[in-house]
Ligand binder design. Sequence first.
Ligand code: NAP
Ligand code: MN
Length: 266
Amino acid sequence: MKRLINIFFNDNIKSLKAYIKTKELFEKKGFEVSQKYREEAELNICIGGDGAFIRGVHNSNFPKIPFVGINTGTLGFFQEISFDKIEKFIDDYLEQKYFVEKIRLLDCDLKTNDIVFTNKCLNDFVIKSNNSEVIHLDIFIDENHLETFAGDGLIISTPSGSTAYNMSAGGSIMYPTLRGFQLTPLAPIFSKVYRTISNSLVIPDTSTLKIVPLENQHKKISFVIDGIEKDYTDVEYFEFKKSLFKLYKLVFNENWYWINMKDKFL
Ligand code: NAP
Ligand code: MN
């Protein structure tokens, strides 16, 4: 049986070119390539930017098969391979010159109308106002009430997601393999009326973070998972904790994170 690679790519001419090139090179080496997720594959390749990586992960439902990203434009923080290094990537892959990095994911159990829905994220969950008004949320860590938040909203991010929305909102950058997650406020109000911590908070991954909208807030909230807005209504609470699932990413250069940081942000 032929070895199989799944390749997903976004709607961009350079991504299509990268797909054709990658597919041809793998086929020359005797591999089969699928554009749809197939669970017999040994590797998932996402071609595009971070959005393409995130969609590849969600569309294949967070599989155990490792991922690698080829960057063809935009930022591509998840994407280690550049267009002109595709040949080298395939040679290194065949010679197993890589290691597998664990990406830590977050779960959110969300209760609405007596049903609990579980969602996973790679980057972040965002709870925010859907009508430009201030929202009010009670925050509990391991059942301890921390504060009643007032402001635009909250970002709950994984270590890998810390360089995305979290970073724009002033949160810390967390190395992807660190065990913890981050709660970062969006425009928190701190005044004689509202007492909200304005720093971002790093929470150990053994803890549970519970967010409860105040009584009259249920219709004012929108919930976003990895940049995609969901239409849950009347949420009674959100409970965030480390996911039992992990994602695996091939890493070819052990310094990729710091190289990427300088290359993409500075
Ligand atoms: P997008 O609107 O293209 O994302 C915004 C930017 O964030 C893009 O430049 C994207 O890279 C980059 N990005 C995504 N994940 C990243 C990560 N882990 N580290 C560093 N940069 C990252 O939408 P998208 O591509 O579907 O990404 C969804 C993410 O966008 C959400 O999870 C959220 O974190 C982020 N977002 C950020 C802001 C903000 O910073 N103000 C607002 C809303 C959403 P590419 O250009 O390569 O796609
Ligand atoms: Mn994008």
